[in-house]
Design a binder for this molecule. Structure first.
Ligand SMILES: [Zn+2]
Length: 429
């Protein structure tokens, strides 16, 4: 067993933040040999019970759960910051050309290493990631994640129509490849597979039907896709499926809404769509920096909370502009406040943080596994230095409440504040 003494941030089951200014976190193997949190609480209370355990003291530091990114495209590292007039030209001019390079397996391996380095540098310890339509891109990301002991979920993109040469796949083969990848990777060490139709317009009905059948057959596999991001895209889907009640309803029609189904964006929804999310157990990956960058719209937090469907935060790199969970949480705050196109609400700092940790875990069906530091959770955690920059130090020292402390970090923090990342499977990095 190992133990760390520092301030500790974690979350109660109701999503409220728990903060121990002088805490102790104890990690060690469980009965299955997984590195988990064995105990957490006030140092003064717990320390006598762990007298034989070496305790590392981290004065002035905050231990917090590793962040979870609910939606990110691993092949789009080089697409970040590409100028375009909205989603559809951005896909055509940047995303598809870059993704076509993943036919070369060596390119996938090189990018997987860079991508995971970048996630970890920013304190992200779990992600739900799109690969490309090339199966080897999944193998590259999974192999490198396995080597690092990460809890990572990814899938091969399904896109058999309305896609250029180089990224378009063939309907039958794409489903054969998906099933082979599920069998190879899902549940191996800490890895999980996600069935990954890119979005409705780029999949034929046969491909969507096949994806739905796999989702039924492999009930604990994840599903990831995009929905209702951009008005031109919504219009396109209406032309393709004129009889569907809504864009989201198309996914329902093909059996692609259920627990462990995560849909990026969910912006242009009505209350029927929100009810459908809640009733099916599907979750939204809110991607605010991407939505602001591409001018797609604003996620309606009031609607999500009122109807009560699961949602959490995501970077959506390369449409998103940063790997940093701090930047994403700040953008989510802006999006919540926007009150011209939907009701504007003020998201609390603790809620923003929860959406990127324990709330994101709940959206994935992984509550109690990752995203929190309760006993039994896998020991993925970060060490934050709240004095990492002069302004951050000045501001956090003046914090008179937990909300003030967390909000200072959200507004002023970036990768410089992430001092260390501990991964359960692979020890400290
Ligand atoms: Zn995306």
């Amino acid at each position: 067993m190992r133990a760390w003494r520092a301030a500790i941030l974690r979350f109660a089951d109701d999503g409220s933040a728990l903060y121990e200014p002088d805490g102790l976190l104890v990690a060690g193997p469980d009965a299955q040999g997984r590195q988990v949190i064995r105990a957490v609480g006030a140092y003064a209370t717990l320390a006598p019970d762990y007298a034989g355990v070496t305790i590392e003291h981290l004065p002035g530091r905050i231990i917090a759960p590793g962040f979870i990114d609910l939606h990110i495209h691993f092949p789009q590292v080089d697409v970040i910051g590409s100028p375009a007039a909205g989603l559809l030209p951005w896909l055509d001019n940047y995303t598809f050309p870059h993704e076509s390079r993943f036919a070369d397996e060596a390119h996938g391996r090189e990018l997987a290493t860079f991508f995971l380095d970048e996630l970890q540098r920013h304190g992200v310890t779990t992600a739900l990631a799109f690969a490309t339509s090339h199966p080897s891109s999944v193998n590259a990301l999974m192999s490198e994640s396995q080597r690092r002991g990460l809890r990572m979920i990814a899938g091969k993109v399904l896109q058999d129509q309305h896609s250029p040469d180089g990224v378009r796949d063939a309907t039958g083969q794409s489903l054969v490849d998906t099933e082979a990848l599920i069998r190879r990777w899902h549940g191996v060490d800490r890895l999980g597979y996600a069935i990954t139709p890119r979005f409705v317009p780029t999949s034929s009905q046969a491909q969507l039907r096949g994806a739905g059948e796999l989702a039924r057959q492999y009930g604990d596999v994840w599903i990831q896709s995009h929905v209702a991001e951009n008005l031109d895209e919504v219009k396109w889907v209406r032309q393709l499926f004129p009889d569907a009640r809504s864009y989201l309803a198309v996914y329902e029609q093909f059996g692609l809404l259920r627990d462990r189904a995560i849909y990026a964006h969910c912006i242009h929804f009505d209350d029927h769509d929100r009810e459908l999310m809640r009733a099916t157990g599907a979750a939204a990956a809110v991607s605010p920096t991407s939505n602001l960058f591409l001018g797609s719209g604003f996620f309606d937090y009031e609607g999500a909370q009122r109807i009560g469907f699961k949602h959490g935060l995501a970077s959506d790199v390369g449409g998103g502009t940063s790997f940093s969970p701090f930047h994403t949480m700040l953008a989510a705050y802006y999006v919540g406040r926007e009150g011209q196109t939907k009701p504007g609400i003020t998201l609390s700092p603790a809620n923003l943080w929860w959406q990127h940790t324990a709330g994101a875990a709940q959206a994935l069906g992984l509550e109690g596994v990752v995203g929190n530091l309760q006993p039994g959770c896998e020991a993925d955690f970060i060490v934050i230095n709240p004095s990492a920059t002069p302004l951050l130090a000045r501001k956090t020292q003046q914090a008179a409440s937990l909300d003030e402390l967390l909000f200072s970090l959200i507004v002023l923090g970036d990768d410089r504040a992430i001092e260390r990342v501990h991964i359960a499977g692979a020890g400290a990095t």
